[in-house]
Design a protein around this ligand. Sequence first.
Ligand code: ITT
Length: 203
Amino acid sequence: MRTLVFATHNRKKLAELVELAGPLGLEVVPASSFPGLEPPEEDGATFADNAAKKARHTARFTGLPALADDSGLEVEALQGAPGVHSARFAGPGARDANNNAKLLTLLADVPAAARGARFVCTMALADPAGPLGEAVHLTTGTCAGEILTAPRGQGGFGYDPLFFVASEGLTFAELPSAAKHRLSHRGHAMRAMIAFLSTYALS
Ligand code: ITT
């Protein structure tokens, strides 16, 4: 069985990736299985830059093919912020609750009709010993929603309790995980990556 390393240090993101990758039929190994593998600095201007950096860094360290996910929330009233800075929106070491509190503060005066947002996920596959060589394969998924004025729900992670999906009448944190996977930026990006991997000979 082929092995693929998931280049993430975010436990809840990892859990979603593992569920979504079920159809791949690959042995999936988390980055935490490799002592000394530290995350690289995420200083890219785009999700693609950061995803490619994480995937390449992990593949180089482990000698195995690696899949990275760079994702975040783009809020219309904030001109696309927090975007690539979503994980540390409230500053270095910020936790989900700090980031959500900052978002609510910044949107305090924004009316319901102007609270549109979308999640974006770009995945990068690096496989330097395989046909990709120095290239990475990128896929992207998005999901549109609205930012509520108070959190709702206990599931998911990150901004999920504030992210309302009108078609479901629920936030990502209220949806069962299978429904989040069907709708989410990460679900769309992973299904596109699975389609690519179905035609690709991983090293
Ligand atoms: P890795 O880089 O190690 O994968 P990270 O948490 O730093 O972990 P990112 O740089 O991709 O990951 O930042 C993603 C942030 O965007 C994440 O920490 C959340 O704040 C937010 N985010 C991404 N996907 C999300 C989702 O499905 N639900 C809620 N928030 C999400």
